[in-house]
Design a protein around this ligand. Structure first.
Ligand code: ATP
Ligand code: MG
Length: 417
């Protein structure tokens, strides 16, 4: 990606939403643009991060044996009446067709997936099954003021599973819980797994996945070593106690909910009469689970958890590119050298963001820190004279010099480290 070729540039102006670090940094770096409160355009660099996260989540869901689908956001009122949620869900966006018919904009997809699966499931032989999508969700949030953490239009991966018995559902639920922790860790984020207080689904099991950062809305009593956490409102442990799972110390922290899984029991299969014929030939209700990850909220959570006074610090796995190549100088020699390195790295499959603009070194270095790609490489006349490239990792304080002939090998090693 050449900086000169993308129209979205970094900007000094902060968004109106300057209370939140993620909105400020993502906007200044040209990753997102706020259209209105809680609604954002994902610009090329931000979209690259979102896609990288969604690809990691996709791989983890595929590994569970779930199949990917894509469901409509436009949903008929009848489905929402069937579950009594047309009136019951306060954040549901409702709209009217010119024909007079009412529709909901999907804030979740139980109302679509349950009747969908009903068309395909007849007997126990058709179960279990799991299906997921990565889609845009709409919620009429009153407090859309934390940047991409709380959107009114946002991205979510939602998976639904269908089972003949509780044992099978519970086993899949536990497998999914582990896959979630893996997905967050692959995105460079440590999470706490918190048993949820219930809410709508009080009698059944539910877990939230909490990213630890000061920007969080939830207060937790969490282990400072393993994934154990409790919501402070219903905690059975105190700050300073020993962790019940690993014996390390429990501390009080703030968290952002980046995922939530539920054992739904027969709540939706009762509403839609989703049944299967069991081995004795009797009709039985299907048991369901649902599993959500807020993929756009994850982008913001990672910014909140990983930045310094100069800007964002992206983990390699989800960074828009591994290398931020800076060219200083517009002379033919510098241009040829920098273009050459850009092409060499790309040919080797390295993701490179190339700042080929005609602007000052200060502006380019400032942008590199703000954008937070893992490795900055600088080509300049001074470096060319020594046959070296300047090497500066985003998390390091000092820059070093690497012989031009060693750069590709060093970058490959860095990519794998
Ligand atoms: P919250 O309590 O933060 O409002 P929720 O519990 O209503 O979220 P779920 O229905 O559990 O959200 O949705 C699954 C996931 O989608 C959440 O864990 C969160 O990561 C993400 N999410 C929910 N609402 C939003 C939103 N308005 N903007 C961005 N992501 C969201
Ligand atoms: Mg939730």
């Amino acid at each position: 990606m050449r900086y000169s070729k993308i129209f979205s540039k970094s900007t000094k102006s902060t968004s109106a939403d300057n209370e939140s670090i993620n909105a400020k940094l993502l906007t200044q770096a040209g990753f997102v643009d706020q259209e209105m409160a809680g609604v954002y355009t994902w610009l090329p660099l931000g979209l690259a991060v979102l896609r990288n996260i969604e690809q990691i989540v996709r791989e983890e869901m595929d590994a569970l044996g779930a199949s990917e689908i894509f469901m409509p956001s436009l949903q008929p009122k009848e489905y929402w009446d069937t579950t009594n949620r047309w009136e019951g869900v306060d954040v549901l966006f409702k709209l009217k067709s010119q024909t007079g018919k009412d529709y909901a904009l999907g804030c979740t997809h139980e109302e679509v997936v349950t009747p969908l699966v009903k068309k395909f499931v007849q007997s126990y032989k058709d179960l279990p099954l799991a299906t997921y999508q990565i889609n845009t969700k709409f919620r009429d949030e009153l407090r859309a003021k934390s940047g991409v953490l709380r959107g009114r239009e946002f991205r979510m991966k939602d998976m639904y599973s269908f089972h003949t018995n509780q044992e099978d559902l519970s086993a899949f639920y536990q497998k999914t819980l582990k896959a979630y922790v893996r997905a967050y860790n692959r995105c460079g984020l440590q999470v706490k797994v918190v048993q949820a207080s219930g809410g709508v689904f009080t009698q059944n099991l539910s877990h939230e996945f909490q990213a630890i950062t000061d920007a969080g809305e939830d207060v937790l009593i969490a282990c400072n070593s393993c994934e154990f956490g409790e919501n402070s409102e219903i905690a059975t442990h105190n700050e300073g106690d020993a962790c019940p799972t690993c014996n390390a110390v429990l501390v009080k922290t703030k968290g952002i909910e980046v995922g939530n899984i539920f054992d739904l029991g027969t709540k939706y299969s009762d509403a839609f009469e989703l049944e299967f014929t069991n081995e004795e030939g009797k009709r039985q209700r299907v048991l369901m689970g649902c599993y959500g990850i807020g993929t756009s909220r994850l982008v913001g959570s990672i910014v909140e958890a990983s930045h310094d006074e100069k800007g964002m610090i992206w983990p390699k796995s989800i960074a828009p590119a591994l290398v931020h190549l800076v060219r200083i100088g517009e002379d033919a020699e510098s241009v040829e050298a920098a273009d050459g390195l850009y092409n060499e790295l790309r040919a080797a499959g390295i993701r490179v963001f190339y700042d080929d603009r005609d602007t000052t070194a200060g502006a380019k270095f400032g942008d590199a820190d703000l954008m937070g790609l893992p490795l900055r490489l600088t080509v300049s006349k001074r470096m060319l004279a020594e046959s070296v490239v300047e090497w500066k990792e985003r998390t390091a304080t000092e820059a070093t010099k690497v012989p031009r002939t060693d750069v590709l090998a060093s970058v490959k090693t860095f990519a794998q480290a």
